[in-house]
Design a binder for this molecule. Structure first.
Ligand code: ADP
Length: 582
């Protein structure tokens, strides 16, 4: 494998993308001098991931596979999650973005998990935890006769540890904390982030059940249960608790909500345990000790444009899906997981999370407004195609490599269809950094602004115009630097003069889109996604608490697995702001 790899189209990176790569992704020596260029990074990744071929066929054409993988990345049509770009073929070798760790109710177990989380953060991975098994605050501690401090106080320790592990050359850690709504400390949890800056390395979500949602709809009482003893400690009014969490989310975005029964209906391996938590951004429900590699297809580059019209290029998309599933399956073998238990779980289930980015750009190119039925139909068509092709790719891999080891204990065991190699295939990630590298809109989110001043990492400021909008503005003859600066100040073009109405209709941004459309879009993708969908429902500053509640209700009714809202101006800092600063 000494031959250099064939690069078909060169590498078309924006200055922003180069900056991001140089700061965090490229190899450096101890003095901080770069040891590779972006192309060499992609080569390093492609070769390393292709090496997995040898596990299955000693005579495999590893070079050809490496070239296929390299082309996926250098064409910017598919990128694996950040830890793969950062760590593949390097000493650390940890390639997954998402982990869920168990938090058992003992000092030993809690601090063991804390240590493991720190190790994962060092590698650029994010960790999710359910704190629901911890005995509540003020419960008796058998061995000392003292009282327990409860989930929230342990979360503070995790938060501090995260703060201190400034990741070795990568990024600061991110965490998710989940607490079940029937935990006795649920009210303390709901309010634990009420001061901006508290638990700033955590996203928090209340885990609710169908029974709770029904009780909340009817104003019924429900029981709080001490998880250590199984006894009832109190009874609360479900509507009041629901309103409290909604009001708190309205105030500053936290907590989000996870619909645990909905999530567990899609658990492919219930015999191995119940899903209690997700990774930090909510898109990846996992069993304790599971990890998952994500990868995202850039839909902005899957369009055929002719003089008459633009259409989704399904032939190209199909080929990308097959290569991407192959890539992600190989990644499982090539990743070095920080714990033997994680290694066993990951290799047992072989979950991967293929998703998309550049969806808003795709809609721009197709001339479809994000807030329209046509956009929902496009979402369903594209994602159902990806899901179907991903399953086909996974079956093809299974026929060569065998199904995932726990297949006989999974929900697929009794099915007629050919076995899959992977317990799950699809996930919609936020793509905070990947979308900067690929120069496309992030995940399935609408754009925040068509032109804006970007703070790259710490201090650089650049005026950036969405490339699709810029092309249309030039073509239609209304492009000017002043206009782009005006748009950057306003955020939206809806009330800017000098822009044709049909352009205004298509080029909508996050705040032009009502919250209902955000939720409906999330639901449209969820319908064809094995895991979950990262989506923030944006609300204007003046939105009411009732509007937030109806968003939560709608997300539940439409089969979303969770929901996260953000009301404009309600929070100073987010765990993950636009990728570059994360
Ligand atoms: P990227 O674009 O860098 O690949 P995403 O924004 O798609 O990452 O996030 C995917 C997942 O990666 C998150 O849900 C989380 O699990 C993990 N992640 C993202 N940012 C961080 C971070 N700063 N520290 C740790 N994990 C992170």
């Amino acid at each position: 494998l000494d031959k250099s790899l064939f690069v078909p189209n060169g590498l078309d990176l924006t200055p922003n993308a180069r900056t991001v790569l140089e700061r965090r992704y490229l190899r450096k020596d101890t003095e901080g001098r770069l040891l590779e260029r972006p192309l060499q990074m992609f080569e390093r990744v492609a070769r390393h991931i292709a090496d997995a071929e040898r596990n299955y066929d000693p005579r495999a054409n590893v070079q050809a596979t490496a070239e296929t993988f390299l082309k996926l990345m250098t064409d910017l049509v598919f990128l694996p999650n950040s830890p793969t770009l950062m760590n593949a073929g390097r000493r650390l070798g940890q390639l997954a973005a998402c982990f869920v760790l168990p938090v058992e109710d003992s000092m030993d177990a809690i601090f063991e998990t804390l240590k493991n989380a720190a190790i994962i953060h060092k590698s650029g991975g994010g960790t999710g935890f359910s704190f629901s098994r911890l005995r509540p605050k003020n419960a008796m501690v058998g061995t000392t006769g003292g009282v327990a401090s409860g989930p929230v106080s342990f979360m503070k320790i995790f938060n501090t540890a995260t703060e201190q592990v400034k990741q070795g050359g990568t990024r600061r850690g991110a965490n998710m904390a989940v607490l079940r709504v029937d935990h006795p400390d649920i009210l303390e949890f709901i309010f634990c982030k009420q001061n901006n800056g508290d638990l700033n390395n955590f996203n928090i979500s209340v885990g609710v059940t169908d029974a709770f949602m029904a009780a909340a709809a009817r104003g019924e009482m429900y029981d709080l249960i001490d998880p250590a003893t199984g006894t009832r400690t109190a009874t609360l009014n479900a509507t009041e608790v629901y309103n409290a969490l909604v009001r708190q989310a309205w105030k500053n975005g936290d907590p989000g909500i996870l619909f645990l029964d909905r999530i567990n209906r899609d658990n492919p391996t219930p015999a191995l345990g119940e899903v209690e938590s997700t990774n930090p951004c909510g898109e990846q429900p996992l069993l304790p000790m599971e990890a998952c590699n994500l990868g995202s297809i850039n839909l902005a580059r899957c369009v055929t444009v002719t003089a008459e019209k633009a259409t989704v290029d399904y032939d190209k998309l199909g080929r990308i899906v097959h290569d991407a599933v192959h890539f992600l399956d190989n990644t499982i073998d090539m990743s070095r997981y920080p714990l033997a238990e994680i290694d066993a779980m990951v290799k047992g289930n072989r979950k991967v999370g293929l998703g998309v980015m550049g969806f808003a750009d795709l809609l721009f190119k197709l001339g479809i407004p994000y807030n329209s039925e046509a956009a929902l139909e496009t979402a369903a068509a594209v994602m159902s195609f990806i899901q179907t092709e991903a399953v086909a790719a996974s079956r093809a891999l299974a026929s060569q490599r065998g199904p995932f080891a726990n297949h006989h204990r999974s929900i697929y065991a009794d099915m007629e269809q050919p076995a899959q190699r992977n317990a799950t295939l699809t996930t919609i990630a936020p793509t905070g950094t990947l979308s900067i590298i690929a120069n496309c809109s992030s995940g399935i989110e609408p754009l925040f602004a068509l032109s804006f001043v970007r703070n790259v990492m710490d201090d650089d400021r650049l005026l950036e115009v969405n490339p699709v909008f810029e092309a249309v503005a030039r073509q239609r003859g209304f492009y000017s630097r002043e206009l782009m600066e005006t748009i950057a100040r306003r955020g939206s073009i809806q009330h800017v003069e000098g822009i044709p109405d049909d352009v205004k209709q298509v080029f909508v941004t996050a705040h032009d889109i009502s919250p209902e459309w955000h939720v409906r879009m999330q639901a449209a993708f969820q319908k064809f996604t094995d895991n979950a969908v990262s989506k923030t429902v944006n609300l204007p500053r003046e939105a009411t608490v009732e509007e937030v509640r109806s968003i939560y209700d709608l997300a539940y009714q439409l089969g979303c697995k969770g929901v996260t809202i953000y009301r404009d101006g309600s929070k100073e800092h987010q765990v993950l702001s636009t990728g570059a600063t994360a």
